[in-house]
Design a protein. Structure first.
Length: 342
């Protein structure tokens, strides 16, 4: 090997070493790359509601019903909300929907699923909540039913001077009061009773009639031989009733993407019901404890393709005007401003 070749090889090795050393120094001394940004944590929310179901069934899993409950059951609600960074943390149970609204406003939950009267009376008290979802008026099986004791009044017109049980300030109360006004009933003695206490009162002739849902009434008629006095929806004066899902105004203001995400999740449940109504009826029967035939006969699947039903809004306006006239609602307010339009 020539001296010239040896010199060139040594020079090449030295150059390679310099390059490697420089690269190592560059790697060691260069500024550290910024860590990859982490996704913001999901925003959790809970829904306040009253346990729905057969009052005779003592043990049942707490859940809400309707298309929201079905969407939660299928998991489509959770998936749609997760797309916009929201996490469903479950249903928080209360004995009545009016209490559920109070629980929501106290910060125990962000949403509340209720009837129309509790939601309207809450807003009339000045509680800062908004209506996210308003159903169409429910005319299934002519609305609420009035069930009576054996041998008692046989018609709605015969309830003047009789003792009628219901829940004060509830949607049942509103339905019966508007019907009674139209029928001209006089001297009705009202008794505040939950359905669990109403059944024995009817059986022991301590109560003449009770206003309740079609499902509860049909169950009592079929199983206990009580009497169907009448269906409030057959009385022209009866106020049309709706269901409402409300949310705290501060939560919606802090999370403007929540309302459209919520509707997508709820709509996924509606779509699933339309695709297979029988599966929905079976789930309702399993989750509430009502016989399947009762569920089929008394469960509405008439839903709008928008979160705020205009017919429902008009029903809410009439409800508010009636409650204000009766001095039950503390103040009037704009229903159009209350509802969250898409």
């Amino acid at each position: 090997m020539s001296d010239t070749f040896k010199l060139r090889r040594r020079a090449g090795i030295a150059l390679l070493g310099a390059v490697l050393l420089g690269g190592a120094l560059w790697l060691a001394l260069r500024p550290s790359a910024a860590p990859a940004s982490r996704a913001a944590p999901a925003v959790g929310f809970r829904i306040a509601a009253a346990a729905l179901g057969n009052p005779e069934q003592i043990s049942k899993q707490l859940q809400t019903g309707g298309p929201l409950g079905y969407a939660i059951h299928l998991g489509v609600f959770q998936r749609e909300l997760a797309r916009d960074g929201f996490r469903f943390d479950g249903v928080l149970g209360f004995p009545r929907t009016a209490a559920a609204l109070l629980g929501m406003m106290s910060g125990q939950a962000e949403l509340a699923s209720t009837g129309d009267s509790p939601a309207v009376l809450s807003r009339a008290r000045g509680e800062q909540q908004r209506a996210l979802y308003v159903t169409p008026p429910n005319d299934t099986e002519s609305g609420f039913w009035v069930v009576g004791r054996k041998g008692g009044p046989a018609t709605l017109e015969a309830l003047g001077g009789k003792r009628v049980g219901l829940l004060f300030g509830s949607t049942f109360d509103y339905g019966f009061q508007t019907a009674a006004q139209g029928l001209g009933l006089q001297d009705v003695a009202y008794t505040q009773l939950p359905s669990s206490a109403a059944l024995p009162a009817l059986q022991n002739n301590q109560l003449d009639a009770y206003v309740t849902s079609a499902a509860v009434a049909k169950l009592w008629i079929d199983r206990h031989g009580l009497t169907l006095i009448g269906k409030l929806g057959t009385v022209p004066s009866t106020g049309r009733t709706v269901s409402v899902i409300s949310a705290r105004a501060d939560f919606l203001a802090a999370h403007p993407r929540f309302a459209p995400a919520f509707w997508r999740g709820l709509k996924a449940g509606i779509d699933a019901i339309r695709q297979d109504p029988e599966a929905y009826y079976r789930w309702s029967a399993d989750s509430t404890g009502y016989p399947l035939e009762v569920v089929r006969a008394t469960t509405s699947i008439a839903f709008d393709d928008q979160p705020i039903s205009q017919a429902g809004v008009e029903a809410l306006k009439k409800l508010l005007a009636f409650r204000v006239a009766q001095q039950v609602a503390q103040a009037s307010f704009s229903v159009d401003d209350w509802v969250v339009r898409p």
